[in-house]
Every structure is written in C-alpha cells, then in structure tokens.
Write a protein that binds this ligand. Structure first.
Ligand code: SAM
Length: 238
C-alpha cells in the first residue's frame, strides 16, 4: 500500500494580497481586508455549504502553493525571534513545511450559495491571492478556544507602529472607486501597522523605500521615526 495521498483543492481564495511581501503573518490582524472563496468545479454544488451561515468563523486549510517548489527544511528562523535563532519547523507556522499546508481561522462575512460558483465571503485572512483551499470547517468556540493556552514565543500579538499618509497619496486613494478597492485606506493602515519589513529590521530606523502590491496597485512607503509613511499609490508596474 502506498503512503502517498493526493489532495484536490475544493476552491480558490481571492484576496487583495497580490504578492507575499506585507501579507499579515497571522489571520485577524487586518480585519479590513475582504477575501472571496470560490468553490471549484466538482465542489460547486451549493449543498456543500448549506448551514455554514450559522457560524461566525471558519477554519481554512490551504496550500502554501507559492512555496511548494522550494521544499522544506527541518529548522527555520522565525521573524518573532528577530530572524536569527533557529527552531524546529513543526514548532513554527513557517510556510516551508512538510506537505505545505496552512491553516487559519477567519471571519465569515457572508455565505453566498446562490452565486455561480457558490462563494464564502471572509475577512482578515493571511492568504495570497489565488491560494488553493483544501478544506473549510466551522470554528467551534467551546472546543477550539483555549484562553489559558501557552503561546510560546508568540504569547501576544506583535506591537503595532503608527501609519501616516503623504497628502498626494491620500488624495489618490480617495479618488479610486470603492467598488474595486473596498476599504483600501484601512487595509493599508492595518497592514503597515504590523511593520512588514524583514524581521531583522523590525522597529529599527531604515532609509529604504518599500513597495507592496495590494489589488492591482503599487503602494510605496518608508519607515521613519517609528512610523510608516505612505508616499505613493499607483497602478502596478507604473
Ligand atoms: N495562519 C497560517 C498558518 O499558521 O498556517 C499562515 C501563517 S504564515 C506565517 C502566513 C504567511 O504565509 C503570510 O504572511 C504570507 O507571507 C504567506 N502565504 C500566504 N499565502 C501563501 C501561499 N499561497 N503561498 C505561499 N505563502 C503564502
């Protein structure tokens, strides 16, 4: 008997995160960001989702599909430890892991079984646009929430930093259509509050100009005096 099993994604998650850089490191940190799970052919019978609307949150199991080709390593250097100390991959939430599976609890905004394909609208995910979804399960507070659990190196959410906008960047955001870029300003604030720079730079002064991609926009900022300042917002590859 073979020890290998094949898995077929049941859907795909559409998110504003067009690249890995600056995606929050855990779910729930950017509640302003909305995602859409579209059920895949073969799993698009609305019956699969019937009753899910009774829950406020779901567990998503998904593939770190953009890392699969790079394989995995037994130890990793978590951002929480400044990117220097090594721990076992199974003692971490690293994306470079055996089988490349991720799991996140996210909020349900709506369950739309009448659309074709059926969709689940979610909030606060930490997933790249196009992430294959392997499974969806309801989050059950009495069993899944353990308030006294030990959180190891991640007992508390990381400290946030403040975010400012240059006048021109703010004006541009305000001119963009809300239907295409829902909550854009708030998403930028919540993403940059997490200080998405590489771990070894966290909270340190730094003169570099950074660019992240949200939706089809390039968003540039720099870090100064403990604060992230958004300098420009422009269509991708402009
Ligand atoms: N909450 C999940 C878990 O614990 O399994 C994910 C944690 S992981 C540290 C979150 C990071 O995964 C994000 O910041 C992003 O860089 C990365 N990521 C998200 N979707 C991905 C994908 N489809 N392929 C590769 N990396 C991805």
């Amino acid at each position: 008997m073979s020890n290998s099993y094949s898995i077929e994604p049941i859907g795909v998650c559409r998110t504003p995160y067009a690249q890995k850089f600056a995606i929050p490191r855990q779910p729930g940190l950017v509640p302003a960001a909305q995602g859409i799970i579209e059920m895949a052919p073969g799993f698009d019978n609305p019956d699969l989702l019937r009753g899910l609307e009774q829950y406020s949150h779901i567990w998503l199991t998904f593939l770190f599909h953009q890392n699969l080709e790079q394989g995995w390593r037994p130890t990793i250097r978590p951002p929480r430890l400044g990117g220097n100390a090594r721990i076992g991959v199974l003692a971490s939430r690293s994306t470079f892991r055996p089988n490349g599976l991720g799991q996140s609890v996210v909020e349900i905004e709506a369950v739309d079984i009448d659309s074709r394909p059926p969709r689940v609208i979610i909030r606060g995910m930490d997933l790249l646009d196009g992430t294959p979804i392997i499974d969806i399960k309801p989050y059950i507070p009495y069993a899944d929430s353990i308030p006294k659990a030990r959180g190891g190196m991640a007992q508390k959410a990381p400290q946030t930093i403040s975010v400012e906008f240059a006048k021109a960047a703010l004006q541009l955001i305000q001119q963009l259509p809300v239907s295409k870029y829902p909550n854009l300003q708030q998403i930028i604030v919540e993403v940059l509050q997490q200080d998405p720079r590489p771990a070894y730079k966290a909270k340190r002064q730094d003169d570099k100009r950074y660019t992240m991609q949200l939706f089809d926009l390039d968003i540039s900022w720099h870090f100064n005096d403990g604060c992230a300042k958004v300098e420009s917002v422009a269509p991708l590859n402009n």
